[in-house]
Design a protein around this ligand. Sequence first.
Ligand code: PMT
Length: 407
Amino acid sequence: MEPLAGKRLILGVTGSIAAYKAAYLLRELTRLGAEVTVCLTEHARQFVGPLTFRTLSGRPVLSDLFDPRGEEAVEHVALAERAHAIVVAPATAHVLAKAAHGLADDFLSTLLLAARGPLLFAPAMDGGMWEHPAVRANVDTLRARGVIVLEPDAGALASGLAGKGRLPEVEHIVEAVRRLLAPVADLAGEHLLISAGPTREPIDPVRYVSNRSSGKMGYAIATAALRRGAAVVLVSGPTAISPPPGAVFVPVQSAEDMREAILQHLGEATIVIKAAAVADYRPAHPSPAKIRSGQERLSIDLSPNPDILKEVAARRGSAFVVGFAAETGDVAAHAVAKLRDKGIDLLVANDVSREGIGFDADDNEVLLVDRWGGTEPLARRPKSMIADAILDRVLALRAHAQTTRAR
Ligand code: PMT
């Protein structure tokens, strides 16, 4: 059976040069069996006409709330209420702002307010708009409400500039819709203990040693695990992102704090995933007072931090333990060595010397290496998708280990 058979979707298309890609998205969604009704904003119609969408969907296209046939407009709101989901692609900064603030001045924004099902936005915008504080705030507001806002892709933009703002690949949007509409509860009953972000090791009361981890990778795993039905404890160093709703959030600063929090929650964990970038060293003698400037030379003695992952592996009980490895050079060889050294079940290695993946990036590309000798490369994709693939792998490996033990 087609994976989206019987699913009623509304595809909102807003005024962006990427509007033509919505036709490809529509074709793919209908190919997977969804019944898709398209709603075009007035600006979207300047880019692609309704005939294209009518032909591909086989349904009338919605576009004008103030249609003189007023009854139809009311009927269409009922359509929004019955829809399993509304997908807005491309979503401009303008429609994100309207949705965040609850404005309803055209057909699409009205449908967004009338919807009872989940909402998914696939943004596309130009220049530095995606990074603008107003857009960031609107995206945060929507995400805090449980709305899915995908990360736009980086690359050449319509203006000729390069940056982040391209519509995510159609296949990624389709994958996100599939996950949204067919939520799997394959982690129900599991307790995930996840670490994310950097640690900060104080030099004095105002300075610290740290690294570039944004927390995005660990938070993406926590988000995916929650969606798949797990209970999640997220132990995180300082980041600029909000923890996913539903997680037990334990903010920490230093590696020592992180160790303490992890060991405190280890008892109930069935799966431990350590995506945090723990500082390997800390200043041996942090100064209680601010170190004065003007000294000709200043040396800071560093001492090693405890290896939390190794300790977790040694005290894991029956928990499945996953570590990450930030590598450069021969990633595969280093990954195998690190997996053995740490004594864990699965290692997720990323090449942190590469642009666009790893630290503070929205995408990742990783190599999964497991203790049964298996390896699986995951090609570059958004961290949300890497997160689901890691969780899939954990479940498959654990099932494999249980069957092998039972024999
Ligand atoms: O946070 P993002 O910006 O999204 O970036 C993601 C990431 C690059 C941080 C992530 O994908 C990643 O690679 N995390 C591990 C980074 C790291 O510290 O790697 P490592 O090779 O130094 O450590 C190996 C493993 O041991 C890690 O699971 C780490 O959490 C753990 N460790 C390391 C040192 C230590 N003292 N205690 C530990 O538990």
